[in-house]
Every structure is written in C-alpha cells, then in structure tokens.
Design a protein around this ligand. Structure first.
Ligand SMILES: N[C@@H](CCC(=O)N[C@@H](CS)C(=O)NCC(=O)O)C(=O)O
Length: 349
C-alpha cells in the first residue's frame, strides 16, 4: 500500500466517538526470550524500547524497566506526546531524530519490519537496534517477558514481578482490571451512544468498587509484594483524575474521592520506579489535543491540582514488602528524568 493510502493519524483520531471502539490486537507478537526461540535472544544493548509517557500501555514497560533495573540493557526512546500525520515522532530529540535509531518516526521501524504495514503504529514498541526493525508491539506480553525472560540482566535486588506460585491469581486479577479498568475507560470515552457509554462506565466503577474493597486491608493486589497486577492498575489510576474523569466521562467519583484507591495510588506513585516515570504534562497534552473526535476544540484543562500525589498515604501501616526480598531501584538515569512541567511539584496553574 503506498504511503498515501494509509489512514492518516488525524483522521483516525477525528473518528473517535463516531464508530464503535475496538482495540486492535498487537500485530507484531514476536517474543524476546532467554533462549531466542523467535530469533530475538535477550542481549544487553541490542534493543530499544520506544514509549510515550502519555500512554498507559507503554507506561507499564517504563515502570517494569525501572523496577527490574533494565535501563542500561534496554535503552529508551521517548516519543513526543503530540503525534503528526505519520504518528509517533521523535521531536523531543535534537534534530527531531531518535539518536540511537536515527529515525524521525516510529513508523520507519514498523516499515523496516514489514513493508507497507497498513495497521496502526503503536507504543510500546521494541526495536532491534542493529537492523532498525520492529520486534514487538505486544503490550500485554512485553512486561511479562521483561519480568521472566530478561532475568539474566536484572539488577541485583530486582523484585519478582510475576512470581510463579501467584501467577493464576495475578492473571485473574489482571483480566478484570484490563476489561473494566484499563480498557473500560476507553470503552466509556470512545462510546458512540448512551447505552454503550452507560455499560462501560458502570463496568469501570463496579470494578473500582471491588478493587477498593480488596485493597482496604492489604497493601498490594496479590501477595504482599508489588507485582505486574499493581503496575497495570497503577497506569490507569494515575491518569484517572487528569484525563479519564473528565475527557472520558468516567465521573461517578474521582480517584481522590475514594480513600482506599487514592492512598493505594499515592503509595505506588511515591514508590521508586512508579512516579518517577510519570509525566502528567505529556498525559494531558496527548489525550486532550489528539482525541479530536471527542474534544474538537483541543482545549487542555488547567487542573487538577496534582499536589496531593505527594501527601502521606499511610499504607505502610498495612505491612507488605514492596520489593519482596529485593531492594528499591537506583536513581533515574541521567537524561531520563521527567521534567518539572510533568511533576506534581510544578506550581498549580
Ligand atoms: N497496540 C495496542 C495497545 C497500545 C496502544 O493502544 N497504544 C496507543 C497509545 S496509548 C497507540 O500507540 N495508539 C496508536 C496511535 O496513537 O496512533 C493497540 O494498538 O491497541
């Protein structure tokens, strides 16, 4: 398909809310594994994670990479939260090019993998640096593989984010979180009619109520340590009041109005590896300015006040061992710090 026949990014965004929302399956599902069975063995320095700090699916990988200490082994490219018609681009980098891959748009790595790939170009994506080819955009698998296949490159003291004896329970919790929360907010936000919205929004809050009950007496979702399940719930909760409550109309209550979920989310935010990956500025810019189908004016709201994210959460009183027998990750590597504009410390507007 020639370049011009591809769906233009702006057109796709303008259609949001006009046709039923269906999340596409990840097209590139090769796995990077310890034994390299798909042709992509785990190797330090070979791959580059391309993420947007706006995107909840990509943010899972940002958190896992920090918690597991994979920053040196798996380098990071952060895309501009505002896409152009060719999609995710590297306009935050000098000269508008990713300094390692040498490309202007993530699409170039997709094209290098499959010529004229007609589908969407999404983050997270992992690219093979030597060939410049996309390896995977399978957001459901990427973090599980970072936790279980990249173990040889984990830092000393890395937590086990997907412990074998708890996998069945973690998978069950994550299935509900995915359906009703991670994807539920999108189903509500991009609904084309009242009934579709009602159903999705009810799903969101029914599940949040259940999760709030579950978390009232325990610090983490499964077991007494951080797991993949917490990462996946966090990436939606941290966006909730800034975008999902208003932009996606998930407004039965704000996160900050549910004492349990709010304390839980603050606890995670203040845990090294979580909040230090979050850029509220990127989040707000992306959702409100890109989703023109549901926000045609592209106006970005000034609030909410983010100062509460840094207030005491008292969740340590529930016990729990965040990193299990391990230790917290070290400082954010130089050059990867979230700018002041994206942090709660920045003055309220
Ligand atoms: N690969 C999945 C999940 C990842 C995803 O949705 N990422 C979003 C950003 S939050 C994306 O990159 N969408 C393509 C675009 O925005 O052009 C999908 O396409 O549904």
């Amino acid at each position: 398909m020639p370049q011009s026949d591809r769906p233009r990014n702006a057109d796709a965004y303008a259609q949001l809310g006009r046709k039923p929302f269906k999340r596409s399956k990840s097209h590139f599902a090769d796995r990077i594994t310890a034994d390299g069975r798909d042709g992509w063995p785990v190797e330090p320095g070979r791959y580059r994670l391309v993420a947007s700090r706006a995107c909840p699916w990509a943010s899972r990988a940002l958190i896992s990479r920090r918690l597991l200490g994979l920053e040196e082994a798996l380098s990071l490219a952060v895309a501009d939260p505002i896409q152009d018609d060719a999609g995710w681009r590297f306009t935050l980098d000098p000269g508008g090019r990713d300094p390692v891959l040498g490309i202007r748009h993530l699409r170039e790595a997709y094209d290098a993998r499959e010529k004229d790939y007609p589908g969407g170009v999404s983050v997270p994506a992992i690219v093979d640096v030597p060939s410049g080819r996309l390896v995977t955009n399978d957001y459901q698998r990427i973090t599980l593989d970072l936790a279980t296949e990249w173990t040889a490159l984990h830092r000393p003291g890395a937590p086990d984010l997907y412990p074998e004896p708890l996998r069945a329970e973690i998978d069950e919790v994550m299935a509900g979180v995915y359906r009703d929360v991670n994807n539920g907010v999108y189903r509500a936000g991009f609904a084309t009619g009242q009934a579709e919205y009602d159903e999705a929004c009810r799903d969101v809050f029914r599940r949040l109520d259940l999760l709030s009950d579950r978390l009232a007496g325990r610090r983490y979702l499964v077991g007494d340590t951080l797991t993949e399940a917490d990462i996946r719930l966090f990436t939606t909760l941290v966006r909730f009041d800034a975008v999902y409550h208003s932009h996606f109309k998930c407004n039965r209550f704000k996160l900050a109005e549910d004492p349990v979920l709010w304390s839980y989310a603050k606890d995670l935010y203040q845990t090294p590896g979580f909040g230090d990956t979050v850029d509220f500025h990127h989040i707000k810019q992306h959702y409100y300015r890109m989703h023109t189908g549901i926000n045609p004016t592209k106006i970005v709201p000034l609030g909410p006040d983010l100062a509460g994210w840094l207030t005491p959460h008292h969740r340590e009183e529930l016990g729990g061992r965040p990193y299990g027998d391990g230790t917290p990750p070290g400082p954010v590597p130089e050059g990867e710090e979230v700018p002041a504009s994206g942090r709660p410390e920045s003055p309220p507007v």
